[in-house]
Design a protein around this ligand. Structure first.
Ligand code: M6R
Length: 599
């Protein structure tokens, strides 16, 4: 989703800092980009639609002491050079992440007093409104305070006022924005990654903050003028390269053994010392898991783990629904929000809703410095490291591992696990990273991918926990290969969707739960009888020679609580191989953003 970089400092560096910063934000997804910089007390703007290379071709590396840059993911108005940021009205030039909800009303009132608009965007209206406030007040801080009262929605702004050379402004509400500093340089960014090669000293702007950046001076206004709180960025969180892999997605899939090790081991060492330090879960009578996309799919697996193994009722909710619906919770409910980025707008809003109602909240997040991590009552980090590919793999897997640990903690609190069972489970935990490593080494799905990649519809079937994994398998495939795919609870298919099964339609069925194997196999036979190309993904223990599949993938067995962690891996790899054969932009699929900071 949109990205912001701002810089004030060395005149020879400005343009390269902006471009370099925008490049690090590319993974978040964008469709156009632009920069604005100060040139002899004028503001020069260069914008372009499409990839950053297009913008770079238009830019000369001129000297400039300050500038702002932006990658845009279109929300209001199509991707075009005109609609891309920075926008300029009067003396104000501005970049924006977020959505101004009352822009139509503001636009109408500004038009009545003589403003004209060139674009279809909400951002140009915000720019004009700030210009209007500045003309009224003749003081930029006062103008921003006035604008803050009027603008509804979410925003992170980087702003230049051509009447005030050598000065940058920032303002933030519900969209991430940070400041950075190093000797004689000041930075502004929507994501620490954008400036991490220049500074590790950053300050997270609080809700409603206004910042004024001048050479070696920052004025920060929260409720009142205050001193910025600087923190040091974790270097590990900012490292990013493909390490010889063709795509980030493939690299991240192959990082999973280490990710699982790093996520689980801190809880298992020293006689489960850290596991016992997790919040006390047995005081809750119900858990609600709230998330979006793959993180929602994690929630479906978490529900199965918690209900099956720890005997507690769990509801899983899509955050964009949860935030606006009537929710049934009380002091005996724990709300768990799951988010890789920790910035997903709907998940954050759901967290805030529960926090506001005084409900205990727990965040499972990968980015530990994120807003969600900062605002939840309890935080359990997954140790996936930075994830660049838009399609999540390692963070999803680490979230599953963390849910298994939460489940274990609750089951132990409730005395539902005897010593022998615990011993057995711990052995399986220890072996998990090695098993994943072996799977990644041995699974070669190129041939299977070549048999199905030309299809335009692919179906995924499973029951119970296997269905939960299929939801993620289907999303993985569609988001990177653009093949239409659906996941179905195997028994549900014959209630309508089976009409879509044609000769050779690929149907991938996951069969790993011994208690319902026969039921799923019956459903596979139903689709096979209608001509489907049946691919079965089955655990070693259940594997048999049979006539209900055309191809199969065999997965090693582990403890049943951990089995879902292994089960998703072939689907990740198959989606990758299929997308590669289709020539897709695997790390940056069209229309998608890594961090969805608008609702
Ligand atoms: O950062 P989050 O985990 O909150 O993101 C939620 C979804 O946007 C994300 O999982 C999305 O579905 C991914 N592209 C899936 O690969």
């Amino acid at each position: 989703m949109c990205g912001i970089v701002g810089y004030l400092g060395n005149k020879e560096k400005t343009i390269s800092v902006l471009i370099e910063g925008l490049k690090t934000l590319e993974y978040r997804g964008y469709d156009s980009a632009g920069i604005a910089y100060q040139k002899e007390n004028k503001i020069k703007i260069i914008k372009s639609v499409g990839r950053l290379q297009n913008l770079e071709q238009k830019i000369n590396l001129e000297d400039s002491i300050l500038g702002i840059g932006h990658t845009r993911w279109a929300t209001h108005g199509k991707p075009s050079t005109t609609n891309s940021h920075p926008h300029q009205v009067g003396s104000i030039t501005l970049v924006h992440n977020g959505i101004i909800e009352n822009y139509i009303e503001l636009k109408q009132s500004l038009e009545k007093i003589g403003y004209h608009f060139q674009t279809e965007t909400d951002t140009e209206v915000a720019t004009a409104y700030i210009d209007y406030c500045y003309k009224q007040t003749k003081d930029m801080i006062k103008a921003l305070k006035k604008a803050k009262e009027k603008l509804k929605g979410s925003y992170a702004f980087g702003i230049i006022n051509s009447d005030e050379p050598n000065t940058l402004y920032a303002m933030k509400k519900e969209s991430p924005l940070i400041l950075g500093r190093s000797k004689d340089e000041l930075f502004l960014a929507s994501d620490p990654m954008a400036i991490s090669s220049h500074t590790k000293e950053i300050c997270y702007l609080k809700e409603g903050s206004i910042a004024k950046l001048e050479k070696n001076k920052i004025t920060l206004i929260e409720d009142k003028e205050t001193t910025p709180t600087w923190v040091t960025l974790d270097i590990e969180q900012t490292k990013c390269n493909k390490n010889g892999y063709e795509h980030y997605m493939l690299k991240e899939i192959h990082e999973q053994p280490d990710v699982i090790y790093n996520t689980i081991m801190p809880y298992l060492e020293n006689n489960l010392e850290n596991l016992h330090k997790m919040p006390h879960f047995s005081k809750y009578q119900k858990i609600q898991i709230v998330a979006c996309g793959s993180a929602y799919h994690t929630g479906l697996v978490g529900k199965w783990m918690l209900e099956t193994y720890a005997n507690i009722p769990v509801e899983v909710e899509i955050a964009s629904e949860y935030r606006y619906k009537k929710v049934f919770y009380d002091k005996k409910t724990l709300v768990i929000v799951v988010s890789q980025s920790g910035e997903t707008a709907d998940t954050l809003a759901s967290l805030r809703k529960a926090n506001k109602d005084g409900i205990d909240t727990l965040a499972i997040v990968n980015v530990i410095t994120s807003t969600i991590a900062r605002e939840a009552k309890y935080v359990l980090p997954v140790k996936a490291g930075i994830e660049i590919a838009v399609a999540t793999t390692k963070a999803y897997l680490a979230q599953l591992a963390l849910f298994s640990l939460i489940t274990l903690k609750l089951a132990l609190e409730k005395n539902q696990v005897n010593e022998e069972e615990l011993e057995e489970l711990l052995v399986h935990y220890q072996k998990l990273p090695i098993k994943i490593k072996k799977m990644l080494k041995e699974l070669n799905l190129k041939e299977l991918a070549s048999k199905v990649y030309k299809n335009e519809d692919i179906f995924f079937l499973g029951r119970g926990i296997d269905y939960a994994i299929c939801t993620e398998a289907s999303l993985k495939l569609k988001e990177i290969s653009y093949i239409h795919s659906e996941s179905y609870a195997a028994g549900e298919l014959k209630h309508g969707t089976i009409s879509l099964i044609n000769k050779k339609t690929p149907v991938l069925s996951l069969v790993t739960d011994k208690y319902i194997t026969e039921k799923t196999i019956s459903n596979i036979k139903e689709v096979k009888a209608r001509g489907a190309y049946s691919i079965v993904i089955i655990t070693q223990q259940l594997d048999e020679e049979a006539d209900y599949y055309d191809d199969k993938i065999v997965i090693p067995n582990t403890h049943f609580l951990l089995q879902p962690i292994l089960n998703i891996i072939p689907f990740q790899l198959l989606a990758y191989e299929i997308a590669k054969l289709r020539g897709c932009d695997i790390d940056k699929p069209k229309n998608l953003a890594k961090s969805v900071t608008v609702e």
